[in-house]
Design a protein. Structure first.
Lengths: 321, 435, 298
């Protein structure tokens, strides 16, 4: 989250020569690390690995059958409905990510930059913007579904009342708008967080740099682009990775707004919904095997991308310092 | 969470959560309490844990079980969980320790993973009441592969059209007896500004449902289904396609932008008397009556054309779910006894009177006139809810295919033939006719 | 009218309303007005749906079906009592509080300790441990529900709040470690070196020196873990069997099922479930923001 070390004046931070090893000495290190490691290993790591291992077996309902190697993975790519659902769901996840990035890095960044210099109402704004995050995504999804109902929803009623009746449409009932609605609602819910983070990052940019630039005749936009933006790289990077993970694993909102089949007609289907359907709603006897394979693949994909992305960001940061 | 109808006619969330056999250690059989004697005072009643997916019925069930408890020296610990997550909870319950003894389990395809995983006790031939039940209903409790029976069906759900008597009277229309009449009725009601058909297509599971309501007779109900089972017919047959076309023809009478309207929106339309008709399942009756006691409603079966495959209108139906015994339960005997009682007329009558459900047990009587009407219509000309009953034994399931297919139909991205083809293609991935 | 006059003073100080006329000034004022307007508009967008929720909880379903946009002329508070009483929200509320506070407490404490050494260590082993923790951020949490269930089952912790607390605590470690490690890394080493010279042991250093410095990070971690745990419905649904152990979201989802067309009661329940989070956030927001800003400008 707060990779502020890259933002503070890099040249001024002293790097004292480190000892090869911990600053604390081994006994203390172990004591400090042990509780977290144990709890995490027992309650998360072990179950996760077990769950991943399910992908390599053939299941008979709740009974584990024979070892089947990568057959379950194979099924995901060759058998219906997975064969056609998988690429489409992945595409939707990526669109979610793209939409979220656009929204966060335009509206979010804009708001953050307007906000961090203000005195008046600053806290009020921050609270208001973050409020949606506090509400459970299921609740948000359900709420918006009601708001957008073509029959009873206030949104369409409002549009008609102010004379924009032609815009009133079944937002969640047609493939062309359904996914974008989910993108926007996700962005709406989550925006408070990037705003906070960007605001903090902006606060760390030394004034002298921007002032020097304006003295040299740079416009606000030029200042922003050449100075502020690069120095925000780390914050943007952090936000991006978290957004990526969130977009790839999105479940609550799409479920609340499109149901487990990704209504309408699969237009809001995402990978987690596929997992949920396959694991919990299908009558297939090998549901555990196939759904675990799907989740394993999701994890590998997310991990790989996050890794690649982080190294790119690190490289850019190093370039800056 | 996207709100699902609580009585999720298993139409959807039926899946059995394939659970893992990686169960850590077997559950140690709980010490069986010696059951007190039936005759004189019951000293230590045995506790049976019963699970259900109907939280709305908890109060009623507790009352129903009281009569059983007194006579059999048993204490029934009845617990209900939310429908949409019931499958996961059930799986953990059946494979973990301290699990339930008697459970509600889904029917047909969704039951299979539990059977295949060895979670349920085989009760073939051990429960008398099963013999008197409709074949289609009992099939819902059987294993596809081994043909054995694993449960006692607890409710039949029938499918028909509910209509608002008052609106019909005001509009001067009567229950239609032919398809053309039906269209005229819709047109008349629409002409006066009211929504004829309360349908919400946002919830995909409801689509195969209304397809059977409006189309079962068109494609020939039971005969068609038998034909598909033996390979003589497929879903691309002309009559099946025209049954899908029926929906498209009726779309104009449904709410505008029907794919954006949800199932609960449709319910509200009907109970608020903003729509004249509601194609739905028998489970809606209790709900409608509670939401709007003033609502004067009746039911009818969708009439046929002269060219329909079946010249008799039908009520499609299916088994909602079953009572089954946890294979790991240490109280097999007591559980079996409970199941036998659940197949008895006494229990069946409770289901009708207290739960307002249609018990599949033979010989029950209905006091509510609408319930009687629904049942009589069904008895007269039943049909199986084909896609749910027979085509959920594999993935992709028939109901899922029809669900998104009808949405595409309404959206205009597929025509009736295209939807039929989609169902056929999907189902043939795993379905083999038994010829 | 050179750029010098347009230079903004130090951050945080409101730009004084200049009385000087002239195009540049007016453009500045107009610009500021536009900015304010923009901020307010978005604030409305952010909050409006939630207001609708509150307003709707005071109407009746009939009203809402006929007139989606109207205000409650006859506020109907029955929905709130229905939600609180009929739906046992009282019990659920307490359970949620216990579970959430418990798990956030545990995870924050163990993560603080771990983050401290991870930030200060250069050894490969700790590097790997840190990487493993971070990869935990990417795990699809719903996947492990079955193995977790069996694990707790074997420990006899099913339907037991403690079991749930441990699971949540474990799931919170990656995020907490992530944030806290970054914060610790920023703190200059000189402080510790000075303390060491003065003879302080590791624990004293940790407790008296480092901890107070990362208070803002702690606030951040606490809030951003409190919210998802408070709102999680999936794990308690599977891991808790008896109603007395249910948390608020589980109660809510059952609620949804039963009252799905009773919109006002539904909304009342949602409002009740959300208020504690709002309160928490209002209380903590000062710290978080201060923390983030302070951390940034070191």
């Amino acid at each position: 989250m707060v990779q502020a070390d890259q933002l503070s004046r890099p040249k001024l931070r002293k790097r004292s020569p480190r000892r090869a090893g911990t600053a604390l000495g081994w006994p203390a290190t172990v004591i400090f690390l042990a509780p977290a490691v144990i709890i995490f290993a027992v309650f998360v790591l072990l179950p996760m690995i077990t769950a991943f291992s399910y992908s390599f077996f053939d299941w008979q309902g709740t009974a584990r059958g024979a070892f089947s190697g990568i057959e379950n993975f194979f099924t995901l790519f060759t058998a219906e409905p997975f064969k056609s659902d998988l690429p489409r769901a992945l595409m939707h996840n990526l669109l979610l990510f793209a939409g979220a990035m656009v929204f966060q890095n335009t509206v979010g960044l804009a708001i953050a930059s307007f906000l961090y210099k203000r005195k008046r109402f600053k806290k009020l704004f921050q609270t208001l913007y973050t409020l949606p995050y506090l509400v459970s995504p299921l609740v948000i999804g359900y709420l918006w579904t009601l708001l957008l109902s073509p029959l009873f929803g206030p949104v369409n009623a409002l549009l008609k009342a102010i004379g924009l009746g032609e815009l009133a449409q079944p937002w969640l009932g047609q493939p062309s708008t359904a996914l974008w609605v989910i993108v926007l609602v996700t962005a709406w819910q989550w925006l408070g967080f990037p705003i906070l983070l960007y605001g903090a990052a902006l606060g760390g940019i030394p004034e002298e740099l921007t002032e020097a630039a304006s003295l040299d005749g740079a416009t606000a936009w030029q200042r922003f682009r050449s100075i502020t933006l690069p120095l925000l790289t780390s914050a943007i990077g952090t936000v991006s990775i978290l957004t990526f993970i969130g977009s790839m694993e999105a479940l609550a909102l799409p479920y609340a707004m499109g149901g487990s089949t990704g209504s309408p007609a699969g237009a809001t289907d995402v990978l987690s919904l596929m997992f949920y359907r396959t694991a919990f709603e299908s009558g297939a006897s090998n549901a555990i095997g196939v759904s675990s394979a799907l989740a394993t693949m999701m994890f590998i994909f997310i991990f790989g991308v996050a890794l690649a992305f982080t190294s790119i960001i690190r490289r850019r940061e190093r370039k800056l310092s | 969470m996207k709100v699902r109808p609580r009585h999720l006619i298993a139409a959807l969330a039926l899946a059995m959560l394939p659970l893992t056999a990686c169960a850590p250690g077997s559950s140690s059989p709980a010490a069986d309490k010696a059951a007190g004697t039936n005759a004189s005072g019951c000293t230590s009643p045995e506790t049976l844990k019963v699970w259900s997916w109907r939280p709305e019925d908890v109060a009623a069930y507790k009352k129903i079980f009281t009569s059983y408890e007194e006579k059999n020296c048993v204490k029934v610990d009845f617990q209900a969980f939310k429908n949409t997550e019931y499958n996961q909870i059930l799986s953990t319950g059946l494979t973990g320790s301290n699990g339930p003894d008697v459970v509600q389990a889904r029917a047909y395809g969704a039951l299979q993973p539990l059977i295949v995983g060895g979670n349920l006790t085989d009760i073939t031939g051990k429960v008398e009441g099963l013999d008197g039940m409709d074949k289609t209903i009992v099939t819902g409790a059987q294993g596809k592969a081994d043909g054995k029976t694993y449960g006692v069906p607890f409710a039949t759900q029938t499918m028909q059209v509910f209509y608002n008597k008052k609106i019909f009277k005001d509009e001067g229309v009567e229950v239609p007896t032919s398809w053309d009449d039906f269209i005229k009725v819709n047109e008349k009601i629409q002409g006066s500004g009211m929504t004829p058909l309360a349908v919400g297509a946002k919830d995909a599971w409801m689509m195969p449902f209304i397809h059977d309501i409006f189309g079962s007779a068109e494609y020939g109900g039971k005969d068609f289904r038998d034909g598909v089972q033996t390979g003589k017919k497929t879903f691309t047959d002309a009559k099946y396609v025209s049954s899908i076309q029926n929906l498209k023809d009726l779309q104009g009478f449904m709410p505008k932008d029907v794919v954006g309207a949800s199932y609960t929106d449709a319910q509200v339309l009907f109970t608020n008397e903003q729509a004249a008709m509601f194609p739905g399942g028998s489970f809606e009756l209790g709900f409608f009556q509670k939401q709007n006691p003033e609502l004067d409603l009746g039911v009818f079966q969708v009439p046929v054309r002269s060219t329909s495959a079946s010249q008799q209108p039908v009520s499609a139906a299916y088994a909602d779910g079953n009572w089954a015994i946890n294979a790991k339960s240490p109280k097999q005997e007591a559980s079996l006894k409970l199941l036998q009682w659940m197949a008895s007329k006494e229990f069946g009558q409770h289901v009708v009177d207290d739960l307002k459900q249609f018990s599949p047990v033979a010989g029950v009587t209905f006091n509510d006139p609408v319930m009687k009407e629904i049942w009589d219509l069904y008895q007269k000309s039943p049909a199986p809810y084909t896609l749910l009953v027979d085509f959920r034994y594999g993935t992709p399931s028939g109901t899922d295919l029809m669900g998104s297919g009808v949405q595409e139909l309404f959206l205009g991205s597929k025509d009736a033939a295209g939807v039929a083809q989609k169902v056929q293609d999907g189902v043939s991935q795993w379905f083999k006719p038994t010829s | 009218m050179s750029l010098l006059t347009e230079k903004k003073p130090a951050a945080g100080v409101p730009v004084p309303q200049s009385k000087r006329p002239g195009p540049a000034r007016r453009k500045g004022a107009a610009g500021r007005f536009a900015v304010s307007g923009f901020l307010w508009v978005y604030a409305v967008i952010a909050v409006a749906p939630l207001l609708v929720m509150v307003v709707s909880s005071l109407r009746t379903t009939r009203e809402m079906a006929r007139n989606p946009l109207a205000l409650p002329l006859n506020p109907n508070f029955a929905s709130y009592s229905k939600a609180w009483v009929e739906a046992s929200f009282g019990t659920f509320f307490v359970n949620s509080l216990l579970v959430t506070v418990g798990s956030v407490l545990i995870s924050t404490i163990v993560s603080l300790m771990a983050a401290y050494v991870l930030a200060r260590s250069k050894s490969r082993v700790t590097g790997i441990i840190e990487a493993v923790f971070l990869s935990g951020l990417m795990l699809p949490v719903y996947l492990a529900i079955l193995p977790v269930f069996y694990l707790l089952d074997s420990m006899g912790l099913v339907d037991n709040k403690f079991g749930l607390i441990m699971v949540y605590a474990a799931l919170s470690i990656p995020f907490s470690v992530f944030v806290l490690t970054s914060f610790f890394r920023q703190l200059p080493l000189e402080l510790e070196e000075a303390a060491r010279i003065d003879g302080a042991g590791s624990f004293t250093m940790f407790w008296h020196i480092m901890l107070p410095l990362v208070k803002p990070a702690i606030a951040t971690v606490v809030v951003f873990r409190f919210v998802p745990i408070w709102n999680d419905f999936f794990y308690p649904l599977i891991l808790m069997r008896s109603k007395e152990n249910y948390t608020l979201p589980v109660g809510l989802t059952t609620f949804f099922g039963e009252y799905q067309t009773d919109w006002p009661t539904l909304f009342a329940g949602l409002v009740i479930a959300t208020i504690p989070l709002v309160v928490l956030f209002l209380v903590a927001t000062k710290q978080i923001v201060a923390g983030l800003t302070a951390g940034m400008s070191k």
